[in-house]
Design a protein around this ligand. Structure first.
Ligand code: UGA
Length: 442
C-alpha cells in the first residue's frame, strides 16, 4: 500500500532515500533548508553525481509521487511517517560526531506533530541518540508519546546508492523495546516490496540498531587497513600484496572484497565514523574496546604519506620543480564526492612540497576546484599529463583502468606511473616502456 512519507535532508542519503521510496510507489516529500538543492531536485536532477539517480528522480518527480519543500509545516501536515537523513559530520577539533542537524530536525518537526507519527532515523549517530531524541519528541510534540522514534540505519554505498536502497543486503530496525508501538508495522509497510524479495529484516532495540551501523563501518575500515598493513610488510619483504589478497580472499571466511590495498579509505563516512565510534565508546567507559581503531586510522593515514614518498623517489628525491599529473580526485570511482578524499589530499600535499600539480577526474573537478582552488585542473587525461615527470592514478575510474599507455606516450616528459589503487596491469605498462610502481607490489 502506498504510504505518505517525508524525508528530511536531501544529501547523498536523503535524496536517494526519497527518490527510492517514491520508486516503491509511495508519495514522498523531500525536505531541506537549502533552496538551491531543492530547485535542482524538483527539476529531477541530483545535486551530486550518482549513477542512475537522475533517472529515478526524474521519473518520480514527473509522476507527481515525489515533491520537495523547505516547509516543515507542509511535511507535518502531509505525512505521519518521517525519515531523518541529514549529515552527522565530525566535530571540529574532536573525534565525536556533530549531531546538531539531526537534533534540529526533531526540534523543528516535533512541535508540529499533532497526530500520531513515527520518526525513523537513518543518519549514522552515536549510540543513545535515538532514545534521547525520543524523550525530546515526547516532550515537545503536541501528540506527545504518540510520536515514536525508531532507528533504521542506512548502509548504501556511493556509486551504488540506488541499487543498495532498493535491493539492500538487510533492513535493520531498532525500536523502543519497552514500548514497541507501531514502528515495526509501519516499516514493514514502507519496505513491503523489498521484504517480499526475501531481504532479511532484523528487528532489534534502538541501541543495537545504532551500533550495527557503527560496527559495520568499523569492520570495513579495519579490513582495508588490514590489507594496507600487509602492503607495508610486502613492501619491506619484496612481496606482492595483490597476490596475497587474492590468495587469502579465496578463504570464504575472509573473502576478497574490501581487500584492495592502495592509498586507503576516505569519504564522508568511514574516516569520521570510526572516530565518532571511538569517542562514543570512551564516553560510555568502553574506550579500551576500540583502541585498535586508532591504529586502523593511523595505518590509513600512513598510506597517503607513503604515496608522497614514492612520488618523491620517482622524481629523483625532491618534489621541488617537478611536474606531477594526478588522475583521480574523488574518494572513489563513480562519485564526485571529495570529502576526505585521499587522492585530493595527496595532490594538495605534493603541491605544498613544491611540485606543479595538474589533476583530472571524470566527475569531481568542480568540487575539487572549490576545495583546492590553487591546484591546476585539466579537462582530460592528456591535459593533466602534459610534461609530467610522473603520473599518479589515485582513483580507480574505469577510464584509467582501461587506459592504453600509448595514449599518454606523446604528452608526458617521463614514462613513470604510480598506481595508488593497484588497479592497472603492471605487465601492460612495463611492456609499453613505462616504469610502473604499485602499492605493496613488487
Ligand atoms: C561506506 C560503506 O561501505 C557503506 O556501507 C555505508 O553505508 C557508507 O559508508 C555510509 O556510512 O554512509 P562509501 O563511503 O560510499 O560507503 O564508500 P566505500 O565503498 O565503503 O569506500 C570507502 C573508501 O574505502 C573509499 O575511499 C575506497 O576507495 C576505499 N576502499 C574500499 C579501499 O581503499 N579498499 C577497498 O578494498 C575498498
Amino acid at each position: 500500500m502506498a504510504c505518505r512519507i517525508a524525508v528530511f535532508g536531501t544529501g547523498y542519503l536523503g535524496a536517494t532515500h526519497a527518490a527510492c521510496m517514491a520508486e516503491l510507489g509511495h508519495e514522498v516529500l523531500g525536505v531541506d533548508i537549502d533552496q538551491a538543492k531543492l530547485d535542482k531536485l524538483a527539476a529531477g536532477e541530483a545535486p551530486f553525481y550518482e549513477p542512475g539517480l537522475d533517472d529515478v528522480l526524474k521519473a518520480n518527480v514527473d509522476s507527481g509521487r515525489l515533491r520537495f519543500t523547505s516547509s516543515y509545516k507542509e511535511a507535518a501536515d502531509f505525512a505521519d511517517i518521517h525519515f531523518i537523513g541529514v549529515a552527522t559530520p565530525q566535530k571540529r577539533g574532536e573525534f565525536a560526531a556533530d549531531v546538531t542537524y539531526v537534533d534540529s530536525v526533531v526540534r523543528t518537526l516535533a512541535p508540529l506533530l499533532t497526530r500520531p507519527a513515527v520518526i525513523f532515523g537513518k543518519s549514522t549517530v552515536p549510540v543513545g541518540t535515538a532514545a534521547r531524541l525520543s524523550a525530546l519528541a515526547h516532550d515537545i510534540a503536541p501528540a506527545g508519546e504518540a510520536v515514536e522514534v525508531a532507528w533504521n540505519p542506512e548502509f548504501l554505498r556511493e556509486g551504488f546508492a540506488v541499487k543498495d536502497t532498493l535491493h539492500p543486503d538487510r533492513i535493520v530496525l531498532g525500536v523502543d523495546t519497552n514500548r514497541p508501538g507501531r514502528a515495526e508495522e509501519v516499516a514493514r509497510e514502507v519496505y513491503g516490496d523489498i521484504i517480499a524479495e526475501g531481504v532479511p529484516f532484523v528487528l532489534t532495540d534502538r541501541e543495537t540498531a545504532e551500533l550495527v551501523k557503527s560496527a559495520a563501518n568499523a569492520f570495513l575500515a579495519t579490513k582495508i587497513s588490514f590489507i594496507n598493513a600487509m602492503a607495508e610488510v610486502c613492501e619491506a619483504a619484496g612481496a606482492d600484496v595483490t597476490q596475497l589478497a587474492d590468495a587469502i580472499g579465496y578463504d570464504n571466511r575472509i573473502g576478497r572484497r574490501f581487500l584492495n590495498a592502495g592509498i586507503g579509505f576516505g569519504g564522508g563516512c568511514l574516516p569520521k565514523d570510526i572516530r565518532a565510534f571511538m569517542a562514543r565508546a570512551g564516553e560510555l567507559g568502553a574506550n579500551h574496546a576500540l583502541t585498535f581503531l586508532r591504529e586502523v586510522d593511523s595505518i590509513n593515514m600512513r598510506r597517503r604519506a607513503r604515496m608522497m614518498e614514492m612520488t618523491r623517489d620517482a622524481v629523483g628525491g625532491s618534489l621541488i620543480g617537478a611536474t606531477v599529473a594526478i588522475l583521480g580526485a574523488a574518494f572513489k570511482p563513480d562519485s564526485d564526492d571529495i570529502r576526505d578524499s585521499p587522492a585530493l589530499n595527496i595532490a594538495g600535499q605534493i603541491q605544498l612540497q613544491g611540485a606543479s600539480v595538474t589533476v583530472y577526474d571524470p566527475k569531481a573537478i568542480e568540487n575539487s576546484r572549490r576545495l583546492f582552488p590553487t591546484l591546476d585542473y585539466a579537462s582530460d587525461m592528456r591535459g593533466a599529463c602534459k610534461g609530467a615527470d610522473v603520473t599518479l592514478v589515485l582513483t580507480e575510474w574505469d577510464e584509467f583502468r582501461s587506459l592504453d599507455p600509448g595514449y599518454l606516450d606523446a604528452v608526458v616528459r617521463h614514462r613513470r606511473i604510480i598506481d595508488g589503487r593497484n588497479c592497472l596491469d603492471p605487465a601492460k605498462w612495463r611492456g609499453s616502456g613505462w616504469s610502473y610502481r604499485g602499492m605493496g607490489r613488487r
